[in-house]
Design a protein around this ligand. Structure first.
Ligand code: TRP
Ligand code: SF4
Length: 400
């Protein structure tokens, strides 16, 4: 059975914090048990905005990878790699650039948004305009089916789908496509072939989306089909040419519920973060000095948890018993704020304990991390090379 693949990337921003953990990483850690997963560091994407200060990218990359591993991303379950170590991404990006209308890139909302936000930097560059196309190459080169991303990235996935469609339309029409497709249908075996034809007719003549879905499922369930036959049958089902590149779907990552120390969204730029594997004393201090309900000036004043960032932490870390202790104690001034914060401190430290443990191993022996990445890059590269062989052949750049 063909397994759906998950792929996602992160720009190397350096040390990650609890916001990343309770949003993106928790999701990755769940997905790695459910699908074959590929997770990578998008270092070239970092360069699109940091082209004038590239020096920090490699250190940020290693720090971020250690954070992934510390958080529980498991290299025996997921393939971890670095974008620039798989140069095939660049080749696919280049080839797709030939058929990408400028208007499509200019219309991607992040293009204008980021230019307006990062005013101190000249982002009228070729590379920055091509950001979404490079991202499309990252995804399409692995024929990934599902891409977990935050809401801001959804337009990039849409864009990727459009590029895949355009590519398949332009290059998926081999000579004698119909004939070859009919040959491929026979390879399904008579029973499946009959069902496939039926579903294809229902979709193409009556536009039944359900028939299309069933047809796709049928192909996914069929073993021992060659890649070429599979691509042809997917394309033939939908009425296009051979499906060389696969249209991915976005898997929307729920926004992290983790607030910052001041109750705003946790973010490095607000200076309100707790890092993953942060020093124990520093965590204690940060939480002890955290803002509370501003109306609770004295210990004897009653408070309202709804107006207190500490309560937001209790919502994430505490069980019902502790939560009702906070509600009652705060509203009646039965407990003090330092007392109230104690279970949060303990819970955050407890959550970080296994992370610090895992991180220590990698910090003591950086070669371990290098080996994991070398291994992941090699695996990723094999997959990427397979796709590139098909892509070159489809375009007609096959000199073998
Ligand atoms: N643009 C993504 C971000 O800023 C990072 C990224 C690069 C990515 N390539 C990708 C995400 C491919 C998913 C798939 O978050
Ligand atoms: Fe916030 Fe707890 Fe103090 Fe109430 S008792 S104001 S919830 S820290």
């Amino acid at each position: 059975m063909y397994a759906e693949k998950v792929l996602s990337g992160m720009r190397p921003t350096g040390r990650l914090h609890l916001g990343h953990y309770h949003g993106v990483l928790a999701n990755w850690i769940k997905l790695q048990h459910e699908y074959p997963c590929l997770f990578f560091v998008a270092d070239w994407h970092a360069l699109t905005t940091a082209y004038d200060e590239p020096g920090t990218i490699t250190q940020n990359t290693w720090d971020m990878i250690v954070d992934w591993l510390a958080a529980g991303v498991d290299p025996s379950q997921a393939t971890l790699f670095i974008q620039s170590r798989v140069p095939e991404h660049a080749e696919l990006h280049l080839l797709m650039s030939m058929m990408t209308p400028l208007g499509w890139l200019e219309r991607v909302p992040t293009y204008k948004d980021q230019q307006e936000k990062l005013t101190h930097k000249d982002l009228t560059t070729y590379g920055f305009l091509g950001y979404p196309l490079l991202q499309a190459a990252d995804i399409l080169i692995y024929r990934a089916d599902k891409v977990p991303v935050g809401e801001d990235q959804v337009p990039h996935i849409e864009f990727t789908r459009e590029i895949a469609r355009r590519f398949n339309h332009l290059y998926g029409r081999e000579p004698n496509f119909e004939e070859k497709a009919k040959e491929s249908v026979k390879k399904l075996g008579s029973k499946r072939a009959k069902l496939y034809e039926e579903l294809r007719t229902r979709y193409q003549e009556k536009g039944e989306d359900e028939a299309l879905e069933q047809g796709k499922a049928l192909l996914n369930e069929t073993q021992n089909l060659s890649l070429g036959d599979r691509e042809r049958l997917f394309g033939y089902l939908e009425g296009g040419g051979k499906m060389i590149l696969v249209e991915p779907g976005a898997l929307l990552t729920e926004a992290s519920r983790m607030p910052g120390l001041d109750g705003q969204k946790m973010s490095k730029s607000y200076g309100n973060t707790i890092a993953l594997r942060e020093d124990e004393e520093s965590i204690r201090k940060k939480i002890r000095t955290m803002q509370t309900d501003p109306a609770r000036v004295r210990r004897t004043d009653c408070g309202d948890p709804e107006k207190c960032p500490v309560w937001q932490f209790h919502l994430i870390y505490s069980n019902d018993e502790v939560k009702s202790w906070v509600q009652q104690g705060c509203r009646s001034a039965g407990i003090g704020c330092i007392e109230c914060k104690q279970p949060v401190i303990e819970a955050v430290l407890k959550e970080q304990e296994p992370m610090r443990e895992r991180a220590r191993m990698y910090e003591e022996d950086p070669q371990l991390v290098k080996n994991i990445i070398a291994d992941g890059c090699e695996k990723a590269r094999k997959l990427a090379q397979e796709t590139m062989r098909d892509v070159r052949e489809a375009i007609g750049l096959d000199y073998s």
